[in-house]
Design a protein around this ligand. Structure first.
Ligand SMILES: [Zn+2]
Length: 210
């Protein structure tokens, strides 16, 4: 063993435990398939087991966030409507942030407890005890995923090199030909490629002076 690896070993020994706890907490990637008019989350129970939360609670959350009906079917969850993996994944992450991760120490070793009628997150690791935060209101524009075929109202914030207007929604840059900076337009996304989305204009809503 070299001095270098010896010192690495020592460094690991001196690390506090929570670093390794964080690494072990990896949520299984959602296995999402669209079947007809429904979306099947095949490993739903595996996910709720991993995050150690009541499947019914998680299901209700997802139904509310996705704005659709759903049910648990064996180890799977089935939702009405078509949702891409990324949409489901971002909602699960949002659930974990809100109902699993301790806001004090960042560890997932928590449980939900009801205190009178207030839902509290209790951390086994650091002892923190906090009410579940009020959720911010989500709108179509603050959803985490832009979907092909989706219609969004956006404000064009600039014009790209090729002359197409563009805007940002979360991590996405949406290009909309024939628009100008400051316009508020209703667009339909035709193609998503990585964090780039290409849309066509459906309707001009208004224009803000820039
Ligand atoms: Zn904690």
């Amino acid at each position: 063993m070299t001095d270098y690896t010896k010192s690495l070993d020592r460094a690991f020994e001196q690390m506090p435990d929570y670093l390794t706890t964080d690494v072990r907490f990896s949520i299984p990637e959602p296995e999402v398939i669209i079947e007809g008019k429904t979306t099947v989350l095949r490993n739903f129970l595996e996910i709720t087991d991993t995050i150690n939360r009541d499947p019914v609670h998680v299901l209700k959350y997802l139904m509310r966030e996705l704005g659709t009906a759903g049910k648990i079917d064996g180890t799977r969850a089935i939702f009405q409507g078509k949702f891409v993996t990324q949409t489901i994944q971002s909602q699960i992450s949002a659930y974990v942030d809100e109902f699993v991760i301790c806001s004090e120490c960042g560890r997932p070793d928590t449980e939900l407890v009801r205190n009178d009628r207030v839902l509290m997150l209790k951390c086994a690791a650091c002892g923190a005890h906090r009410p579940i935060r009020k959720r911010r209101v989500r709108t179509a524009q603050s959803k985490d995923a832009i979907e092909e075929g989706g219609v969004y109202d956006v404000k064009i914030i600039g014009v790209g090199k090729k002359g197409d207007g563009f805007t940002h929604v979360d991590k996405y840059t949406i290009y909309v030909p024939k628009t100008i900076k400051g316009e508020i337009v209703s667009v339909k996304v035709n193609r998503v490629s990585g964090t780039l989305a290409f849309a066509e204009i459906l309707e001009r809503k208004s224009q803000e002076s820039t």
